[in-house]
Design a protein. Structure first.
Lengths: 420, 271
């Protein structure tokens, strides 16, 4: 019995190909049935997202092959089998388990640590379970994959650094101010990105929102959405001191906030730090503002740089996650091996064979005048006894190989026959 | 007996400092917990070492540079543990614990034999004076470390290129507050240390202030911290300038405390 996986992902296939390969949700049931009936899977799970299509299976060793799966896939979506081959991978046993855990923990994702894939893989698993396509092995594989994902998320920082510009702004704010709770944010301009960043900030505790816009009505409207305060555009300079965080998104061709204004604001604030986020192009805030003490001014390029290094930092965390993965893969592989009845059956046969040969030899040595015919009869009888006695245990072991009771029965058999 | 405990402490702090540096590099929570555990073990043996020493010499062990450094390191560790649990800044260990190790390691190589103290210094004023001064110095050590961490984090934020420190150090505000709290803890102790010292001098030598080098330099550090505190409270100094002054202040503290004890002679040099 083997576990394996066949699939393609953003790492092996371009998006045009993945689009064609993905199964529509209503087809999944038929794909699962095809895998079990035509490809002789004992268990199957099909994961189909825009970034990857992967088919997980468990079957007898002789059916653990890529070709039948490929042919089935090709029949479903009408792609040329050779074309599929060019983009597909096939992993067996330990490699398949490792891949499954990596995918589930979002280590194989386009942006490492993004959490959607964990949800998608859960859906795929529950879908397969609903159609009774899974059994003890894949159930355990996927349950463990979810646990591994949880461990990776809590024990490493793969999901902890912002990979979007607006979240990066929030993160920076939290590196400047300890707690965003008593902070205020000033939105200058009614840009969508500014609004989004302000939403993130309020969801992280910022309570006070000020809005300034050239058209005062628009400012009032936006301020209402935040339960904030609209301020006249002309009063921007004076009210600057009230803001800890300033997000600017106007379409102005001239800087709106100057170094002098900020300097004045700082004096009024007694040097309490200020954080400027300039999402506008061309910029709204004089870059020289960043030279002032206790002022941090980031434009859109700076935020992109932060996002880039955050992605790199996630990658470093992902390397630490591989350690956790190795442990978990080993644990699964061990459990999986313990379920396999074949080695136990072989040992059982060897042991009884040895007993049979010894006892026959002993008996023959005691007897005198034994002819060839009698010797053969004695040998045949010993053989038949051993075979008949072992018949039921072996059938039982084979029957339960891979199911819930399998591991338990194997353990009992090994103890009864003293095989360890 | 106290020497054995002291050596165990030196080893624990060494291992703890190593653990915290690995923690800084790897961010592995388990290593961070191990670091704190080693500090706790060290702190217990450290306390035992000082208690046993007190028993051996028959008074509070604060009369030689060895003893004062031992107490200094103990106070730094205590303040680290308090900040660690109160403000949850685990990464502080990567900066403070090496300092605790260095000061104690230095104490351990200083001559530690028990010598008779000058008769004029035999007074419980001495214990009070030295305790207050050392408490102040240890608090200044924390402001120093907070200042360094602040400058590192501030540099990353100003240059807009997040690096190792950006991801590991707490926010500027937390570091600024830590420095400020340690300062407002240390300054009164130093002030009281100076007052008790001069009262005792008046009693022992007949004059409050004798301009011995240590007294002069202590006055300089007191002024540095007074200016800093004044700037913070009245002018709204904070951030980089405050952090920088904390670092300068602690350098003069260490020069006064260690440098002058070795370079000069007299009743203030523990000789």
């Amino acid at each position: 019995m083997r576990v394996f996986l066949y699939g393609t992902s953003h790492k092996t296939a371009p998006v045009e190909f993945r689009e064609q390969l993905a199964f529509p949700p209503e087809e999944l049931k038929n794909v699962l049935r095809g895998l079990i009936e035509e490809c002789h899977f004992d268990e199957a799970v099909v994961l189909s997202t825009c970034n990857r299509v992967e088919i997980y299976g468990r079957s007898a060793p002789r059916y653990a092959k890529a070709e039948p799966i490929r042919d089935l896939v090709s029949r479903f979506n009408g792609l040329d089998p050779e074309e599929i081959d060019r983009h597909a991978y096939f992993y067996l046993d330990e490699e398949a388990v490792r891949h499954c855990f990596r995918v589930g923990s979002s280590l194989d994702s386009m942006i490492v640590g993004e959490p959607q894939i964990t949800g998608q893989i859960k859906e795929a698993y529950f879908e397969a379970k609903k159609h009774q396509a899974t059994g003890p092995i894949l159930n355990n594989l996927f349950e463990r994959a979810f646990n591994v994902a949880k461990r990776v998320r809590t024990e490493t920082g793969i999901a902890s650094h912002a990979v979007s510009v607006s979240f990066a702004a929030v993160e920076l704010a939290r590196k400047i101010f300890a707690d965003l709770k008593d902070r205020s944010v000033l939105l200058v301009g009614a840009g969508e990105m500014g609004e989004m960043a302000a939403r993130h900030l309020t969801s992280h505790g910022v309570e006070r929102v000020l809005v300034a816009n050239r058209t005062y009505e628009r400012a009032v409207e936006m301020a209402r959405g935040f339960l904030g305060e609209a301020i006249p555009f002309e009063a921007l300079g004076e009210r600057l001191a009230d803001a800890d965080i300033v997000i600017s998104t106007t379409g102005s061709s001239q800087p709106i906030i100057t170094k002098e204004q900020v300097q004045r604001a700082l004096r009024a604030r007694r040097n309490r730090p200020m954080f400027f986020v300039d999402i506008a192009v061309p910029r709204d805030i004089e870059p020289a503002v960043n030279e002032l003490a206790n002022v941090y001014c980031y434009d859109i390029d700076d935020l992109e740089t932060v996002v880039e290094s955050n992605i790199k930092e996630r990658q470093r965390e992902a390397d630490r996650a591989e350690e956790i993965l190795s442990q978990e893969v080993q644990a699964f592989v061990q459990w999986f091996a313990s379920l396999d009845a074949v080695p136990t059956i072989v040992e059982l046969l060897e042991k009884s064979d040895k007993v049979r040969r010894e006892e026959v030899a002993k008996t023959l040595a005691k007897l005198v005048n034994v002819g060839e015919q009698e010797r053969q009869s004695i040998e045949a009888m010993a053989h038949a006894i051993v075979k008949k006695i072992l018949h039921d245990p072996i059938v039982t072991l084979k029957k339960h190989s891979g199911d819930e009771e399998g591991g338990k029965i194997l353990g009992i058999a090994r103890r009864l026959f003293n095989l360890d | 007996m106290s020497a054995i405990f002291l050596h165990i402490t030196v080893i624990s702090y060494f291992l703890a400092a190593g653990a915290f540096l690995i923690f800084f590099y790897s961010k592995s929570k388990r290593v961070g917990v191990a670091g704190t555990a080693l500090v706790l073990v060290g702190f217990i043996t450290h306390t035992a070492a000082m208690a046993l020493r007190a028993q051996e010499v028959g008074h509070l062990p604060l009369t030689s540079l060895h003893e004062a450094m031992t107490f200094f390191s103990w106070t730094i560790t205590l303040l680290f543990l308090i900040s660690r649990y109160k403000y949850r800044i685990e990464i502080l260990g990567a900066f403070v614990v090496p300092l605790a190790f260095i000061t104690l390691g230095y104490a351990a190589v200083l001559p530690s034999e028990v010598r008779p103290i000058l008769p004029v210094l035999k007074s419980s004023w001495l214990a009070i004076h030295v305790t207050l001064a050392v408490l102040g110095n240890a608090a200044f050590a924390v402001t120093f470390v907070a200042g360094i961490m602040y400058l590192l984090q501030e540099r990353q934020l100003k240059r807009k290129k997040p690096g190792a420190f950006y991801y590991r150090l707490p926010s500027l505000e937390v570091l600024d507050q830590l420095g400020y709290r340690a300062l407002s803890f240390g300054f009164p102790f130093q002030t009281l240390g100076i007052i008790t010292g001069s009262l005792w001098a008046a009693y022992a030598f007949g004059s409050y202030w004798r301009w011995d080098p240590k007294e002069t330099f202590t006055l300089i550090t007191w002024f540095i911290y007074a200016v800093l505190l004044h700037g913070r409270l009245v002018v709204g100094w904070r951030g980089r300038r405050a952090a920088f002054l904390c670092i300068v202040g602690f350098c003069t503290v260490m020069f006064t405390f260690v440098g002058l004890s070795l370079l000069t002679e007299g009743y203030h040099s523990f000789q």
